[in-house]
Design a protein around this ligand. Structure first.
Ligand code: PEP
Length: 251
């Protein structure tokens, strides 16, 4: 059986100013340094302006840094965008792409997400590509079909288990307090695992994260589900105690 090390990723979204971010990041880096060997890798994805100061604050720790988005272009006249090289320059190893909030708020579609992921890969970043159905799509029995379409459209050529992580985030569970049941999660993750064959090199080793109202009280149960290789955490990643409790629930 393939063993995949768990990845616990914190998506801070548009929350926190410099002092908050530095305090949170330093706290987590300190916990990680003191923990010795862990069953998980820990990642934080702060807002762009916090990347450089947070990178300084966590230097020398195993806490990884990521961006919440990047451009598909490498540089130039693209006001407001952030190039993949700017993320690596700031110390990032990861970038979240295709989060449902970007799909909804910025109209991002699969082709753009695939282009962004290809640009991220070219810069040596690990792309965390998010997929997930809305509540009405789930109610209509379309969850697997929606996820299949998103995977087919947003995973670029050249994706490997080393440079790509998939995050399954049912839209109806993000920030709502509603969590998918372990059985829902098991079924969709098994579907995603099968769908990755032929789309990602070494697909059996690719991580599939679950995201959607993960919290300390449900983390152990969700992280124990087959083919759940970690979590993408929003709200609960803003509190060091909660985020750490989620991470340490991994066995
Ligand atoms: C997310 O934004 O990726 C997320 C899963 O948020 P929350 O944990 O708050 O539902």
């Amino acid at each position: 059986m393939t063993t995949r090390r768990k990845l616990i990723a914190g998506n801070w979204k548009m929350n926190g100013l410099k002092a908050d971010g530095l305090a949170l990041a330093s706290d987590l880096a300190g916990r990680l340094n003191g923990a010795g060997a862990t069953a998980f890798d820990l990642l934080i994805c702060p807002p762009f302006p916090l990347l450089f100061p947070v990178a300084d604050a966590i230097a020398g720790s195993a806490l990884a840094l990521g961006g919440q988005d990047c451009a598909a272009k490498t540089s130039g006249a693209h006001t407001g965008d952030v190039a993949p090289a700017m993320l690596t320059d700031a110390g990032c190893r990861y970038v979240i792409l295709g989060h449902s909030e970007r799909r909804a708020d910025h109209g991002e579609g699969d082709a753009l997400i695939a282009a962004k992921a290809a640009a991220a890969h070219a810069q040596g970043l690990i792309a965390i590509i998010c997929v997930g159905e809305t509540e009405s799509q789930r109610d209509a029995g379309q969850a697997n079909a929606v996820v299949s379409g998103q995977l087919a459209g947003s995973i670029p050529t050249g994706a490997t288990a080393a440079n790509t992580v998939i995050a399954y985030e049912p839209v109806w569970a993000i920030g709502t307090g509603k969590t998918a049941t372990p059985e829902d999660v098991r079924a969709v993750h098994a579907h995603i695992r099968a769908e990755l064959e032929g789309k990602i090199v070494d697909a059996g080793a690719a991580k599939i994260l679950y995201g959607g109202s993960v919290k300390p009280s449900n983390a152990a149960e969700l992280m124990a589900v087959e083919n759940v290789d970690g979590a993408l955490v929003g709200g609960a990643s803003l509190k060091a105690d909660d985020f750490w409790a989620i991470a340490t629930s991994c066995r």
